[in-house]
Design a protein around this ligand. Sequence first.
Ligand code: AMP
Ligand code: MG
Length: 348
Amino acid sequence: MGRTLVRKLTALALTGALALSLTGCGVQQKPAETRIFAMDTVMSLTVYGKDGQQAMDRAVDTIYRMDRTLSATDSASAVFELNNGAGEWVDMDPEAASLLDEALQLGEITGGALDVTAYSAVKSWGFTTGSYRVPDAQELRTLAEHIDYSAVEVDAEGARARLPKGMSLDLGAVAKGRTGDLLARQLQEEGISSALLDLGQSSIQAVGGKPDGSAWRIGLQDPAGQGYLAVVELEDMAMGTSGGYQRFFEHSGEVYWHILDPDTAAPARTGLGSVTVVSPSGLLCDGLSTALFVMGEARGTQFWRDHPELPFDVIFVREDGSVALTAGLEEAFSLAPGYEDREVTLLT
Ligand code: AMP
Ligand code: MG
């Protein structure tokens, strides 16, 4: 008898707890939200949870700190000092040194498609100032000769690096992704289980899912228009897009964009409008979306097949509007209303 009572009471207590937690979900808390300008772009952060506001304030501090540390234009940053130095060793923030080290490793495995030393060429085209110009063939050859990630020496443990005089580098292709990784870890350590960080220019970091337990639904921009051509469902995942539509100028009827082919120092043209990478690692998303945009679909798909040890999937949007995606995204990807007639190929 006694035992039955205990069982009944336990059952009651459990039902009570369940009902309470359901009420907790039902009365959805308002998230903490903010928009800031950092890393040359507008970022929007949404953080759920009872301590969401404090967690978000600390996240914003982290973003500004990373912006200062990784900036190529802030005269107080080590990257600036490397670019304007005499080819000597320069002490760096350990965070910047380790990101540089990892960016060089990504340079190595992508066969130089990701090359942080493309920066001299990025400047020559005017992408850092907005004073755009088209360098002539001779200038492009000289610029391309000075793009070589393998000439950068980095001592990640000693937090220092050395760049040959006359070369310059920037971490713009990987900074937002790495920042997203740091923020996700920081928020999780602070007990946040639901947040969406839009780090601008299509760098997304999803912490958990939505507060109701469903996945975040992220729009994939149509590179040839204003709308979203597809939706990607994400949970505890990052997503990064690189595309010619993000920063470009027109000259004599030709469009020139900010992602350069390190072999030619000119905009990478491989018939793609954009490349999106989805991965648990924001750094991989950011670095590989840039690299795969340079490689193009055929080389990029082969790279995906050749690197099963790297946890990532890819969406290629071609200039003709058709889409190709790797097998891991079959479930998470769907065309948006109005785009249902787009041709979609599954890459295996
Ligand atoms: P993302 O928007 O992440 O694709 O990065 C593009 C930015 O990275 C550009 O604005 C340049 O500063 C820099 N960049 C351009 N081409 C390359 C390249 N091939 N490898 C590395 N960084 C690049
Ligand atoms: Mg990138």
